[in-house]
Design a protein around this ligand. Sequence first.
Ligand code: R2B
Ligand code: URA
Length: 308
Amino acid sequence: MAPILLNSMGNEHSDYIQQEEYVKNPHLDSMEEDILYHFNLGTKTHDLPQMFGDVKVCNPNRMRSFAQFIHEELELPGNIADIRDICEGTDRYSMYKVGPVLSISHGMGVPSISIMLHELIKLLYHARCRDVIIFRIGTSGGVGLPAGTVVITDKAVDSFFRPQFEQVVLGKVIIRSTELDEDVAQELLQYSSELPDTPTVIGNTMCTHDFYEGQGRLDGALCSFSTEEKLEYLRKASEAGVRNIEMESTVFAAMCRVCNLKAAVVCVTLLNRFEGDQISTPHDVLLEYQQRPQCLVAHFIKKRLGLI
Ligand code: R2B
Ligand code: URA
């Protein structure tokens, strides 16, 4: 592999030569072996280029059903029952590969998805993948939107509505930008109009470190604020362009941006947070809602692969 000089966009280490474009860590080159502990994979134990070299799409979460769905949508050969969990040796994450699409679970919250992303980005590097697009598909609480709306994230913002992610490194705070790929977002929005029952908007997504108090819920084990204070906060979020709330988007956007990975966040809203906190929608309706981001991303993949 010819060494390449990284460009400066979102790159914190533009002053050294890196062998590949996705990882941003000079120490990796001097490691004899890289064990991707949470995936139960490693560079000495697995032929990562052979296993993953053709990957073009990564899709964290709701992975098994999405992998089966993609298998059908792409009309790939073989039986969907044979699609196996590549990480079955560990109970941390699950990973399925169908054709060029890799689907991985990421758990709940920033620490969980961040560990997964470190190892996924290294996996893409070791496997020498190119031109990968990565999607987070999932669920969220809507801010002034009816349940079932798909939100494509413009900017992922923190609890203060800032488009940034703060990472503490060696006792110091590093601030990383959380802007996502604008072209992918626009393309997704355009394709959403071609799908039935997929009301879709582009807006900011607020990422919190807690589902209850952190998202202004009144129904947790603890609550230190009034109904009026909750609604005031949601109104301020809405004024800042926030259309939904979830728990992973800032670190996802920040890490992908630093590593030059094209990324998008596509989450369906399960409720309108101005109307309540409990998720009381019937299970079958929730399942149908959760398929909406999957269908939209599948449609995008089929378009990109020239299948439709
Ligand atoms: C959305 O849903 C989960 C919490 O229920 C969390 O992972 C998220 O971001
Ligand atoms: N996921 C969240 O993080 N918040 C919600 O309100 C719903 C799903």
